[in-house]
Design a protein around this ligand. Structure first.
Ligand SMILES: *Cc1c(COP(=O)(O)O)cnc(C)c1O
Length: 463
């Protein structure tokens, strides 16, 4: 690196010149930041000399772990051969062809075509335009409304944030855009438990929200339903077992498209290639990003079903006026190919399902015994701990939502583990290459974090 400053001066320069994403800038002081300088496997090092276990795989993306020379070498080789060319005007190139073929092999059998972008957010912009264009092509131009769910995360562009169901995001920039309808989410611990229903009944009820919305708005107006198989940024919300089977029944009888947002769940996170495989759903679109390249370079895409691909190949469809300069970027595709080769060669999907997944889940569920934890849930390597003030009354919550989560998150960092706080829960999504020993260290740091948080809450009179 050319920049040669002390750790403090780096932080000061960052504070002076770099506006961070998803940050409350008024309270983000110079010394509140960590500057990450190096990473290897599941470990990060910062410029203050700390070693930290990356329990979030970067931002849910570094599935094959940091510092994989196979990916670095593949990108270097591709950049020397062809660092950039576009895919617009009847041109293509080797890496985008190879990657598309590879994706057709690992995605569900009825999905064989990909449109590329550079992120999950722009993939959802593509989805929005493709969904509406699909119904135009099919001669049903009134089908325009997309049903999504409250507390969903589908990205941060105008379309992504509109499809998402985050109130805070909608409050900035007059979102959502018209034609997007949000229904209730299948969040048992946060909302279902308080309803008086059993978990199974709540799952069915939340699924039937979809049917009620279709009835209310009219099936002839509804284009699609979009959902994450398991909500990620919303707090790793694993729906009740009854949820997806009921949604499937509704989708089977209704003439609408289904978008399974696989940006986090895809590529092994839940112990199957995709969340759609995990829950046995049949998507028309799968937005992908994150684990596609394990974050080594930015790449996203939309995998589509054969019926959608056929519609766009219909000669009556005309030109689809959509694309990005970096659609199918050669270096990013080379990173994705090398990344997917690692996933296959090291059998990471099977490893999460049969081996390291069950190991970490066992540690995680043991943390559920802690006096601060109301629920410990995990699917694959994708988990959350719900923090509660009174374990004898699980419906009770801390006043001032988010404060306890932040205290716990800060303790976690001090204990050498990256966990993220969502409201008053702690979430993890570590690299799929996590070893058994590292899983033990993760659980130990998480337990210490719960103990430290409990102490802080006691001393502040919050429990
Ligand atoms: C992260 C995420 C996105 C947005 O992806 P970006 O690459 O950050 O634009 C979309 N959907 C889901 C489910 C995500 O987790």
């Amino acid at each position: 690196m050319r920049i040669n400053l002390s750790s403090h001066d780096l932080k000061a320069a960052d504070h002076a010149h770099h506006l961070h994403p998803f940050t409350d800038h008024g309270t983000f002081g110079i010394d509140d930041r960590k500057v990450i300088s190096r990473a290897d496997g599941v470990w990060l090092w910062d410029t203050d000399g700390n070693r930290i276990l990356d329990g979030m795989a970067g931002l849910w993306c570094v599935n094959v772990g940091h510092g994989r020379s196979e990916i670095v070498e593949a990108v270097r080789a591709q950049m020397s051969e062809l660092s950039y060319y576009n895919t617009f005007f009847k041109t293509s190139h080797l890496p985008v062809i190879e990657l598309s073929k590879m994706l057709a092999e690992v995605t569900p059998a009825h999905m064989n075509m990909v449109f590329y972008g550079s992120s999950g957010s722009d993939s959802n912009d593509t989805v929005l335009r493709m969904v509406r264009s699909y119904w135009d092509i099919m001669g049903k131009p009134d089908k325009k409304v997309i049903i999504s769910r409250k507390n969903a995360y589908h990205g941060s562009t105008v379309a992504g944030a509109s499809l998402g169901g985050m109130g805070g995001m909608h409050g900035q920039g007059d979102l959502p855009i018209p034609g997007i309808h949000h229904i209730e989410q299948p969040y048992w611990f946060g909302e279902g438990m308080q309803s008086g229903m059993s978990e199974a009944d709540f799952g069915v009820w939340a699924a039937q929200e979809l049917d009620r919305a279709i009835e209310e708005l009219g099936e002839d107006k509804i284009a699609a339903f979009i959902a994450e198989p398991i909500q990620g940024a919303g707090g790793v919300i694993v729906p009740p077992d009854t949820y997806w089977p009921e949604v499937k029944k509704i989708l089977d009888k209704r003439d609408i498209l289904f978008i399974s947002d696989e940006v986090i769940c895809g590529f092994g996170r839940v112990g199957e290639w995709f969340g759609a495989d995990y829950y046995g759903t049949t998507p028309d679109f799968m937005p992908i990003a994150k684990g596609l390249t394990s974050g080594y370079l930015p790449l996203g895409g939309v995998v589509m079903s054969d019926r959608v691909a056929e519609a766009f190949h219909n000669s009556a469809a005309g030109e689809f006026y959509h694309g990005y300069t970096y659609s199918g970027h050669p270096a990013a595709c080379a990173a994705a190919i090398a990344n997917l080769e690692i996933v296959k060669k090291e059998k990471l999907v099977e490893r999460v399902r049969d081996d390291i997944g069950p190991v970490l889940q066992k540690f995680w569920h043991a943390l559920g015994e802690h006096e601060l934890v109301g629920e410990a849930r995990m699917a694959g390597l994708f988990g959350a701990l719900e923090l509660v003030p009174d374990k004898s009354d699980l419906a009770k919550r801390f006043a001032n939502v988010g404060r306890v989560g932040t205290i716990a998150r800060d303790h976690s960092f001090k204990n050498g583990l990256v966990m993220r706080a969502v409201r008053d829960s702690l979430i993890i999504s570590p690299p799929l290459t996590l070893s058994e020993e590292e899983a033990g260290l993760l659980a130990k740091a998480a337990r210490k974090t719960l103990d430290d948080t409990w102490q802080t809450l006691k001393s502040e009179g919050l429990v």
